[in-house]
Each structure stands twice: as structure tokens, then as C-alpha cells.
Design a protein around this ligand. Sequence first.
Ligand code: D5M
Ligand code: FE
Ligand code: ZN
Length: 542
Amino acid sequence: MPLEGPARIVRELTSRGYNAEREAVTLIASRPDAGSALERVLEQTPDDALVITTDDVRSILDGSPSARTDRAETRPPETVSNPPESSEAGPSETGSFESDARDGAIQNPSVSTGESNRESGDGDGVVPVETGGFERSVDPDRREVAIRNDMTGESTGTGEYRDFVAVFRDRLERLGAKLRGRVNHRPASSIESMPGGSEVAMVGMVNDVRSTKSGHWLVELEDTTGAFPWLVMKDREYVDLVEELLCDEVIAMEGTLSDDSGIAFVDSMYFPDVPRTNEPSTADRHVQAALISDVHVGSDEFMADAWDRFARWLHTEPAEHVEYLLIAGDMVEGVGVYPDQDEELEIVDIYDQYDAFNEHLKAVPGDLEIVMIPGNHDAVRLAEPQPGFDEELRQIMSAHDPRIVSNPSTVELEGVSILMYHGVSLDEVIAELPAEKASYDEPHKAMYQLLKKRHIAPQFGGHTRLAPEERDYLVIEDVPDIFHTGHVHKLGFGKYHDVLAINSGCWQSQTDFQKSVNIDPDAGYAPIVDLDTLEVTVQKFS
Ligand code: D5M
Ligand code: FE
Ligand code: ZN
């Protein structure tokens, strides 16, 4: 654990009148003697210097020649702890990974194995970096990163009844707004006083779905004025859509009132959905992001070798355009997450697990822009939305100064918006929907359902724990360009109305539990997205 956190170092530097490059701060913070390293930097930096650069810090701490007079735009990889060796660490094979080509957008992305002949690191997480003589050269000034909808520090809910009322009202209001323009809706309370046979429409939350004795479906919709029953006849095309309904999602229905005005027969059903005319934004230059999740450091099954290969590959030429690394939760295995989990722990202390994760993070290039959100194995509240890690954990996970935000959050990289969500609700979507609409083998299809419902975790009170807040942070207000989840440990991607949905795999081989339920994880893959074209290639490191 660093003695001096980056935040403290920045404070200290600014109080003495210096600005510092982010990486310079990370470099000081990552020293075991960070406190005295900071003192030395402060003593030896000329008083008239405005910015303390990475090169300054290196020259002061390691005695390497200073580049003060020639401040290059490019930065060498920070974590090269061993001299580069002349051996190839890059992908050696290509293959294909099955993906959903329904929209014809992604076909046969290449899979490269990052297999290398060398043994992995020295066992304590410090990876010898092989670059084959290649040095990353990036221009951080070209990067643009913005975070939206990070609710860290914004939590107001206390779990009381009125908080639940508030969060559901907010959901109905905001998702309802996407539907009200499409139907001539009426409040539930006024529908029953309309004459029998009238054409009616309503926007509401799904309260209940049940089949009738004669095989029709009864869907109860609720709004702020009450509830009204809608009948979907079994011979109608909409029966197919009834299978997709989850409780608490917001939809609109249109139909004809029965003679006694006690029920309406459904003619049309509408979801908030992603418009078919949706056109994703792309970056103005060729730059890539690696989208991963579920590292599970601390588990017996954490695949350190695969991670080392991934980290080493990032230092090589084929990865030179990868400038962003997004990690969608489950950094560590955690403790007490599932029954008997302790029998499969390599590291039993949660802080030690984060320490080890941080060591593994150090192995990736120091110039990478890293964004991470927590998952259900992480040491933050389990209920969603999950705030980003607390200060203590941020201090531990300080390598390369990652941006730590809530689950979910939206990160915008050079104009491309990426909705990051760990993915616990995917278990529920997969359990509730027919296999052809959502399954562990095609996790991206479960993601399509969330996009269609424009909600991260529609169903309340099931598997996914929700924390009521004043605002429903789980509403997908704006259509993202990319939707990134993890959790189910399966790799799958495809496009839904031109939104790229990617469920990243994991870095943990099959656990006993997964074996018992026949989950065969996709471990050791890194999907890489071209931000200028939204094309995906998958790198394999296992
Ligand atoms: O989740 C990995 C996947 O495995 C996810 O689909 C949940 C499922 N899983 C794993 N262990 C259990 C237990 N014990 N009960 C139910 N479901 C489980 P992760 O969040 O990485 O554990
Ligand atoms: Fe996981
Ligand atoms: Zn998980």
C-alpha cells in the first residue's frame, strides 16, 4: 500500500506552486518510499519550474538523464522494470470467435492468441515487459475522457418507503416520457370511466404478468393514479413480446376497452427502446479501447499467466493504438460473496486482494487511461447503483491513477459514449426469458433486452439488489454508442439498433460452483474496440 496517495501528493505539489503530469504523480505514489521520494522531488525541482514531468521524477529518483529541456510529447511505458528483451510477445495465431451478425455489423472478428513462449512473471505480480524493442508512443493530449452519471458521493437514499416511491416515480416519469409521444395515453384511473369499446392507451409499469385459464395473457399496468388490466389474446403477435416482459419495466399499450370497461384488449405494445434511426458517434482518429471485467484477483482460479500475457501484449506494437482500458467490475474475488467461497481463495484478506490487483495493474502500460467500476465481488455496497470505491481502496488501487466511478456509469472517450455496468441483472434476464432471447452463451442478447427496456435492472425485488435513490440512476436515459457489461463470465458481442453491446469474459478459470451448474467461462480474452469504426477484435491470452 503506498504511503502517500496520489491525491495527497497532488495537494502537496500544488501547495508549493507546482503542477504535475498525472503519470509523474503515479510514479511518486508507486514508490515504496513515496514520502521521501516526494521530498526529494520537491528539493531538487527548480523553484521556477511550473510543471513537474514524468521525466523530471525519473531523473531525480533514478538518476536517469533529465529531459527537462526537451519535453517530448511521448511518454515511455512506465512499468518497464526489466530491460526489454528481443522476443516476440505478440499474437501468434488467429481464429474466429462466434458473434452475433444479426445486424450484419460484426462478422468473424479475428481472435488472436497472445500466447508467448516465455514463462510468466516472478510470481509476485511484477511482470517482465517484453516489447521486442518497441516503445509505445502516445500523445495524451489527443485523448478526451468525460464521465457522466457517476453517482459516487451522491447517494441520498436511506432505504425508507418514500425512497422507493421516489425512485419508481422517477423511473416512470423518465421512461414514460419516451413513450408518451407515441400513444394517446390516459391515466389508469380515467380509463375505467371511458365508454366500453373505446380505443385507449396507457403508459405504465408492468405490475404483474399471468396467463389466464384459456391461455391468454393478463398484463397489469400501473401508473401514479392506479392500475389497469390489459389482455393479450393468445393468437395475437404480441404474445411473443409478453415473454420478454419483466416486472417493473415501463411500457405503453394500446387497445380496445371491453363492453364493461373493466379490461382492455391489446392491439399494440411499445417499449422505450433504442430508435432504429440511431446513429452512433465515432472517434476522429484510429484509437482503441480494451474492454474487460471480472479479474477476480485473490481467487485460486485467477489466471495470472493469462493476465501477464495481456499486460505484456499491451506494451507491444500491435497494441500501440490501445490507449484506454475499461474494467467493468469484480476486480477481486472478495470474501463471503457466495457460500463456501473461502475454500477457493488464494488471498483471504480483502485488502491484500486489492493490493495484489494493484500489482497486476502496474504491469499494463503507464500511459493507459483506465476507467473502472465495481461489481458484486467488490468491497462496496452490493445494492445498485454501487458507488465507486471508497478512499481507502482508491489509495490501494492507485497504479496509473485510474478513474474510479460508480456501477453503472457512462464514460465518453473521444466522443464515443460507453455505458459501463457490471451486469448482475443479466442473470435475471437470462433466467426469465426464453433461451433464444437471452442465454449465457449469448450474453449480448440479454444486453439487447436492457437496451430495449432502457433500464439497467428492470426487475425489482429479485436477484439484483437495488438501492432506492431520489433518482433512478439505472434508467438508460441517453442511448450509448457502446454498452459494456461483464459478470456472467462469457464473451459475447453484437449490435442492437447500431449500439455495440459487449459482454467481456473473465480472468478466472472455472470455479467449483460454475462446474456444478455447467457454466463454462470464457477466460483470458480481451475484446478490443476500434473507437473510430466500433469494430471489435478479440485477443486471446489463455
Ligand atoms: O458471477 C459469475 C457468474 O456465475 C454469474 O452468472 C453468477 C454465477 N454464479 C457464480 N457463483 C454463484 C453462486 N454461488 N450462486 C449463484 N450464481 C453464481 P460472479 O459475480 O463472478 O460470481
Ligand atoms: Fe465475476
Ligand atoms: Zn459478478
